[in-house]
Every structure is written in structure tokens, then in C-alpha cells.
Design a protein around this ligand. Structure first.
Ligand SMILES: Cc1cc2nc3c(=O)[nH]c(=O)nc-3n(C[C@H](O)[C@H](O)[C@H](O)COP(=O)(O)OP(=O)(O)OC[C@H]3O[C@@H](n4cnc5c(N)ncnc54)[C@H](O)[C@@H]3O)c2cc1C
Length: 508
């Protein structure tokens, strides 16, 4: 069987890995075609020149997109790393280190509303800060307890209390301060749900409650001690950047799994032969006829590559059109004005949001600023190096004179696309899977990109890769989809969230 994979991000590479485990027929080939000159995609690490303040330059790396994972919850990533030999059985690895997980929140516009959450979960509010330590401490504890109670109710009644985040937050009696300056800010940050100008998405209040659980458990490691004794320090950054492990992984695929990776294929497109077989081109050049083509790209890029999309009436094409994207601008700089004053909230990252206005429930834009020296505190870099920051979606333009440069002379700035995780997207994931299972003609193409599974975090890309490899080997393999819809069309929590909560419940 000859397989083409388009895209060499984590989705494309992991799909190649699970396909090359010896279960394909003898003589099968796997070829990855990548547009860029390197693997990585959203796992994009820049090498930058950091001015040392004395006229010299310190070479550093910086993650522009993907920058952390959680050892306690990214179980598939952990077992993949262990099987390729870059993580030990005790989960130690030279490829990752604990993130400094102290976090700080502040409102934009010079407000004194700010606070930090320390390693042990305690709250610190600067003496001149407006935030209420009492409310924040109480609300964070309520959040934990309420998530647990929600899960128990779900278990006993056999049905999830499918309420929205807004309804649930009101029931819990959270302070507005907590809802607007913490809960919704984090949901925005995680799901890109309500960026300025994006009207098509629900505000956080209208999202399903389990999304809160998804964020806190999978990514942030909230309730992190769900397994073993791992704590908040399970959250890891990638030593030398997130692209590094994927480069190592690509080397392993080529050297030990016979996978071919080809770069700089900038004009790929795919058509169908009358036999229904896919044929891949780069510009005018035909690259080959394949038995299977796996798109490990974004949904919109995937559609753009399909020459047959206007010729063939195909429900799969309609499903791909259900995904929409926002952009996400990232800039590396030394503009300290984006941080809270006095350096009292600057240990790791800082989420800036506008001061909330309950009469304007659709306006919660946000920006996240990482202080790279602390957030990704690679000791080799020297903790006393001048501070530099990564800002995602800046509210105000960063002073160009304070923008840093890559070692290749280009500004250290980039733009990513991020799928909007709205109800259409969640439904489309289920539709794609259903079509794939029931329609033999759909099985020439598979969709591995991050849009195709859950919120598209690394862990979910790997789960999708395993499922796609299983489906190619056995077309009747049934995927346990992340989202489940009941008759009213409401979504239920992902299975692994429920499992994680269950483990947590047993432990306490
Ligand atoms: C700003 C940001 C931060 C994130 N942070 C995290 C994080 O900290 N932790 C986490 O787990 N997840 C994070 N994510 C989610 C992240 O997107 C996924 O975990 C994962 O990296 C997506 O991988 P992918 O392979 O599906 O897509 P991508 O990484 O986008 O890879 C797609 C690949 O396809 C290539 N390609 C595109 N079009 C074509 C074409 N026409 N022809 C050939 N090749 C093409 C691209 O060049 C790219 O290499 C973040 C996402 C963003 C946007």
C-alpha cells in the first residue's frame, strides 16, 4: 500500500509512526510531503538574538506556538516518547523540564487589578492591587469542588448536566471578578473563542461546561494529581523548543521506520483518477498515484488542495467546510510596558484582559504575554539574562524598536491559524468520522490535522493519529470520538475528561 501524508507537524509525523509499525502489507511505502523547509508546523521554534544590554548578543531559542504539555495528562504523548526512547519509564526525559507554573492576571490599560497564583495554589495580591484575594481564593476552591460535583451528578444520573458555562457559573455563585477576569479569560485563551472582531463564536458563557474541565485537566493540569503523585510540576516545557523533539522524531522515522520526508513542496494538490485513486501533484509535476492520502494540514488548506472539490459532490467536502479559522499573531520583544508594573507579577506568563463590563457580554478580548526567561527557564541560557517576552495577540502594537530578531535577520514574529472550536467544528469531527466508517469511497482520504480531534492539542493529535492508522489497517475500526451529541444536539464531555475526573474522585 502506498501512502502519502501531507504535512509534517505532530499530526503527520505521528500518523506515519503508527502506520509504520509493521502492520501494513509488505512493500508498503509512506511518504510525507511538507510545504516548509522543516518539520514542526505549529511547533515552531525560532533561534533569536537577545541583546545582552552591553552591545553583545546572547543566542536563545523561543517557542512561537506550541510550548508546553502535561506529563500527568498527555498519556499518549508520554507513551510515544517512551517507545521512541526519549523518555524513561519514570517519565524523566532530557527533552522536557517543569514549567514555572506561577501565573499572573492583570487587566490592560494600567489597571492595578492583578494577582499571582503560586505553586501551592495560594493567591498573592500586591499591596496596591484592586483584586480581592478573598474572592479569588474562595472561587478557585469552588471551581474545583463544582467540577467534581458536576461529575458525580453525571455518574449517578447517567447523563451529564449539559449546561453552559454561564449557567453553571451563575449557579455556583462565583464572583463576577472571577468569572470575567479569570474563568472567561482562560477559556478565551484556550479556545480562541472570542477574539476581537470574531462574531461567529459563542462567548465563553454559552460554551458547554465540560470545556472548562477539558482546559483545566488536560492542558493546565488542574486537579493535576489525578494520577500517581504528580503535581502542578507535571506541566512541562520542551527543552530547546517544541520543534526539537519533532526533529528528533523525524530522524527516527526516516532511519528506523523507512518513512520518506520531502520538504519544500509548496504547490501540492490532489486529484482523483476515474478509478477513484488519489493522485498527488506539486504544481504541474505528478508525484504519484497513491492508495491513501492523509491530510495532516488545517481544514481550509486541505480543501484548497482538492482539485476535485467542485467537480465531485461529496459530503466529506461539505463537512470540511464547517471548520473556520482565526489568526493568532505572535511577537517576541523586550517591551516591558505590556507587563504589570513593579515586576511583582512577572514570573511566568500574564494574561491581560480588558476590564470587564457586564453590560457588554460579548467583549472579552485577551492577550497572553510569556516571560520566556522564566516560563521556559532553560538554565543553560542564564536566568539573569535580560528579560524577553512572547506576546500572543497584542492589544496594542509592540514598539518595533523593541522587537527581537531571529538569527537569520528576520523579525521574531509570526502568525498562526487556529481552528475555532465552535459547535460546527465539533459536529464536523463526528461527521467526518461517520462518513469514513460507512462510505467505502471516502477511504482514499483521511484527515489527521489538529482540527479533526477535540481541541487539537498535541495529545489529541496523537490520539487521532493512532485512530487513523487503525482505520487504514481495518476500515471497520470504530473511533471513540471526542464529542458526543445527544438528541437535543448538545455536546457531552469527552471520555478522557470523565475518566480523569473519575480517577480524581476515587483518590479523594
Ligand atoms: C499559538 C498556538 C499555541 C499552541 N500551544 C500548544 C501547546 O502549548 N501545547 C499543545 O499541546 N498544543 C498547542 N497548540 C495546538 C497545536 O496546534 C497542536 O498541538 C499541533 O501542533 C498541531 O499539529 P498539526 O500537525 O495538526 O498541525 P500543524 O502543526 O499546523 O502542521 C501542519 C503542517 O502542514 C504543513 N502544510 C500546510 N499546508 C500545506 C500544504 N498545502 N502542503 C504541504 N504541507 C502543508 C505545514 O507547513 C505544517 O508543517 C497550539 C496552537 C497554537 C496555534
Amino acid at each position: 500500500m502506498n501512502i502519502a501524508i501531507i504535512g509534517a507537524g505532530v499530526s503527520g509525523l505521528t500518523t506515519a509512526y503508527y502506520l509504520s509499525n509493521g502492520t501494513l502489507p509488505e512493500g508498503s511505502t509512506i511518504t510525507i510531503y511538507e510545504k516548509a523547509p522543516a518539520v514542526g508546523g505549529n511547533a515552531n521554534t525560532f533561534n533569536i538574538n537577545l541583546p545582552d544590554g552591553k552591545g553583545g548578543i546572547i543566542p536563545r531559542w523561543v517557542d512561537m506556538g506550541v510550548n508546553d504539555f502535561n506529563k500527568a495528562t498527555y498519556n499518549h504523548l508520554v507513551s510515544l516518547w517512551q517507545s521512541i526512547g526519549i523518555m524513561n519509564p519514570d517519565k524523566s526525559s532530557s527533552f522536557c523540564k517543569p514549567l514555572i507554573n506561577d501565573e499572573s492576571f492583570s487587566l490592560s490599560g494600567g489597571s492595578l487589578y492583578r494577582y499571582t497564583v503560586e505553586k501551592d495554589g495560594s493567591i498573592n495580591v500586591p499591596l496596591d492591587g484592586e483584586a480581592s484575594k478573598y474572592f479569588l481564593t474562595k472561587d478557585l476552591a469552588t471551581l474545583q469542588a463544582a467540577l467534581k460535583a458536576w461529575y458525580i451528578k453525571w455518574e449517578k444520573e447517567g447523563d451529564a448536566p449539559l449546561i453552559s458555562v454561564g449557567e453553571w457559573a451563575a449557579q455556583q455563585g462565583f464572583s463576577n471578578e472571577f468569572i470575567y477576569a479569570n474563568l472567561y479569560a482562560r477559556i478565551n485563551g484556550m479556545y480562541y473563542t472570542q477574539e476581537q472582531g470574531s462574531q461567529a463564536l459563542p462567548p465563553p458563557a454559552n460554551m458547554p461546561l465540560w470545556m472548562v474541565a477539558h482546559y483545566y485537566i488536560l492542558q493546565e493540569g488542574y486537579g493535576n494529581a489525578i494520577e500517581n503523585e504528580e503535581d502542578v510540576w507535571s506541566r512541562q516545557y520542551f527543552v530547546n523548543g517544541s520543534q526539537t523533539w519533532l526533529e528528533t522524531f523525524a530522524g527516527i522515522l526516516q532511519q528506523t521506520r523507512g518513512v520518506t520526508i520531502l520538504y519544500n513542496y509548496e504547490n501540492l494538490h490532489v486529484d482523483l483518477l476515474p478509478t477513484g485513486q488519489p493522485v498527488v501533484f506539486n504544481g504541474d509535476q505528478q508525484l504519484g498515484v497513491f492508495d491513501r492520502v492523509i491530510f495532516a494540514t488545517h481544514a481550509d488548506d486541505t480543501l484548497n488542495m482538492m482539485d476535485f472539490k467542485t467537480r465531485v459532490k461529496d459530503p466529506m467536502i461539505d463537512a470540511l467546510k464547517l471548520f473556520s479559522y482565526d489568526t493568532c499573531n505572535v511577537v517576541v520583544h523586550q517591551d516591558a510596558s505590556v507587563l504589570p508594573p513593579k515586576g511583582d507579577c512577572n514570573k511566568t506568563y500574564n494574561i491581560h484582559i480588558y476590564k470587564y463590563d457586564s453590560s457588554q457580554p460579548t467583549g472579552y478580548p485577551y492577550t497572553i504575554t510569556y516571560i520566556v526567561n522564566y516560563h521556559q527557564n532553560d538554565p543553560a541560557a542564564g536566568i539573569n539574562d535580560p528579560l524577553f517576552y512572547v506576546t500572543v495577540n497584542p492589544f496594542t502594537p509592540i514598539d518595533p524598536s523593541l522587537t527581537l530578531y531571529q538569527t537569520n535577520g528576520q523579525p521574531a514574529a509570526t502568525t498562526f491559524k487556529h481552528v475555532k472550536l465552535d459547535a460546527n467544528a465539533m459536529r464536523a469531527q463526528v461527521i467526518i468520522d461517520t462518513i469514513q466508517l460507512h462510505s467505502p469511497e471516502a477511504r482514499s482520504f483521511y484527515y489527521a490535522g489538529s482540527f479533526s480531534r477535540g481541541a487539537g492539542l498535541h495529545e489529541e493529535c496523537i490520539i487521532q493519529a493512532i485512530d487513523i492508522a487503525s482505520k487504514i489497517i481495518n476500515p471497520f475500526y470504530v473511533t471513540k470520538q471526542t464529542y458526543v451529541f445527544n438528541e437535543n444536539g448538545k455536546s457531552a464531555p469527552p471520555d478522557y475528561i470523565l475518566k480523569a475526573l473519575k480517577r480524581k474522585e476515587k483518590k479523594h
